[in-house]
Design a protein around this ligand. Sequence first.
Ligand SMILES: *Cc1c(COP(=O)(O)O)cnc(C)c1O
Length: 400
Amino acid sequence: MQNKDIRPPFAGLSGLDVTQLFADLPTPCYVLDEAQLLQNGKILRGVQQRTGCRILLAQKAFSNFPLYPVLAPYLCGTEASGLYEARLGKEEMPQGEVHVFCGAYREREFPELLQYADHIVFNSPRQLKKFGARAKDAGKSIGLRINPECSTQDGHEIYDPCAPGSRLGTTRAQWDAAITPELFGLLDGLHFHTLCEQNADALETTLDAVEQKFGDILSHMSWINFGGGHHITRRDYDIRRLERLIVRTRDRYGVTVYLEPGEACALNAGYLVTEVLDVLQNGTTYPAILDMSAACHTPDVIEMPYRPPLYGAGDAGVHAHTYRLGGPTCLAGDIIGDYSFPAPLREGDRLVFGDMAIYTTCKNNTFNGMPLPDIWLLRADRTLKQLVSFGYDDFKRRLG
Ligand SMILES: *Cc1c(COP(=O)(O)O)cnc(C)c1O
């Protein structure tokens, strides 16, 4: 199978014989692509150089720390969702800043968190009141997450922190009811995170809402964090518009602008190699069972939901042979999707899913006793190296 398919998800495999490249890997396994990470890093560094903004890796999307040294030269640090990610960022990208946002911090974790984090962002005035002075005394930069109440995503309520009744971020009404001069005095910055896989037009709409609701506060702050969800490294992303918005905000309010994308850092920088275990026919449907599971290894396929790109395959009906690809688990809905192939699928065939570096390895589970896929690295020189392998003990140790 010679790769002529240079659409972005497989750009990293361009010119390689994919069948041969992955022939000896144990399946299922992830393969992280160093060259694609570098390419993403260069794009993100360009934005920072042209605007003076600071970009962080949101580790919840990609926390394969052996690759942090690859991204580190292009980024200003890491963003964490809590104690463990903050520690990971501090340990594995020690030259960078560590920022943390959590919906609510725990008393027993807070002293340790102070050892790792440089910026601590609180979700509510009450959390700011409970922990803010302690964090300030420890020399931290303090932020509050705001909710500009501006939804720019349709159909993805689970990814919309601006949905009515949201628990994420402080609305202007909540701010007015609770932010005393004393609490205000603790704050160094504001943080918002409202986007998901979006372009700069959605950011512009959101920024307008942020300015309308919180503009009077911004000039008292030293930074603003635009959160994640900026699909900056996608081919059609409007980088010039992003840069205009960063510069506009910087100049209007005299603030440092932070961005903390997860997806954009590792977009299209990984593959999931899997093998066909069985091919069935049920009426007019041809289910094929793979040795990977959507529920365990690509949970966003079910949760988001989305359809991952599959190397050499088309949408249902495009090629002569269409199959419904699913996992070996008991879950009826453990289905990746319907894909078509030029030739019939057979037991033992290998399939390669694209864009598998984000929200995958860090979200894996062992439901049904499914093994955790090994993780390999495709180095920039196109040689392969195993990063980690898993076995029965990894399954059992979590259970008792
Ligand atoms: C999820 C999240 C991010 C990263 O989002 P991406 O969609 O992966 O870019 C950044 N910051 C916060 C607070 C988040 O919750």
